[in-house]
Design a protein around this ligand. Structure first.
Ligand SMILES: [Zn+2]
Length: 254
């Protein structure tokens, strides 16, 4: 009890010396608050997509798969299983919650990444649709960018998802073979062109022991990046291997 009081006093003192701010609204945090103020924590716009096989994100991703299939003239009889998709929260370019992925990606705030990655992982672990995943693959960064940034934000999340679900993290399967320009300001078409063909599967990967792959990224806006990863994986994994996607944020329109 006394130790707890001392800890609280130390936290209060630390907050007095270097006040911490809520990542969403910027208000000063109370000692017992972590990353987000209580108000924002209660206000997280959860998607709850993990409970539904058909949801706006899955529909968007699957229609992209369908488009890719028809443009590549692939047999529609080679029916691929419906890709599952989930995100932790709705994300909009003008709402405070956009600061979360931004803090992870550009400000090296890995503690927030782990905190929200864990929250996403726990939801995935409790979902009936993701019980059979046998590989968790973060969208890779190009090695030069990873070297410069020091970490891959998608991998920070994937590590937490692997921990929460007890499923293997696989960073050995997919690679980014060329650098792409930052997507933020590009149109949908330009984004698709920008990332198409940017990824490939490392040679020598055994493809027979997987049945459900989960691709992980920080945000789903147009879905172009995840689609480019999907396309690369599909070149080696047969159509009956389900390839699903999970992100922290989902942008309804983008
Ligand atoms: Zn707040």
């Amino acid at each position: 009890m006394i130790a707890k009081q001392i800890l609280h006093a130390l936290k209060s003192l630390a907050d007095l010396l270097a006040p911490r701010e809520c990542v969403v609204c910027g208000h000063i945090l109370a000692p017992e608050e972590k990353h987000l103020c209580l108000y924002c924590l209660n206000d997280i716009p959860y998607t709850r997509f993990e409970g539904r096989t058909h949801n706006p994100m899955a529909d968007k991703f699957n229609s992209k798969i369908e488009e890719g299939r028809s443009s590549a003239n692939r047999e529609s009889s080679a029916r691929e299983p419906y890709a599952y998709a989930t995100a932790l929260f709705f994300y909009s370019h003008n709402a405070g919650f956009r600061h979360i992925p931004y803090q992870i990606k550009y400000h090296g705030n890995l503690r927030i990444g782990r905190f929200f990655g864990k929250a996403l992982g726990e939801r995935i672990a409790s979902s009936p649709h993701f019980q059979d995943i046998d590989a968790i693959i973060p969208v890779p960064l190009h090695w030069a960018r990873r070297l410069k940034r020091g970490y891959n934000q998608a991998e920070i999340l994937a590590v937490e998802i692997a921990q929460a679900t007890g499923k293997p993290l696989r960073t050995d399967i997919l690679m980014r073979k060329r650098r792409t320009v930052t997507q933020t300001k590009l149109s949908v078409e330009a984004k698709t062109r920008n990332v198409a063909g940017a990824f490939s599967v490392r040679p020598g990967i055994k493809t027979t022991d997987l049945s459900h792959i989960l691709l992980v990224d920080d945000v789903f806006t147009t879905g172009s990046t995840l689609m480019a990863c999907f396309t690369a994986l599909r070149t080696v994994f047969p159509p009956d291997v389900r390839i699903s996607v999970a992100t922290l944020g989902f942008v309804g329109e983008g």
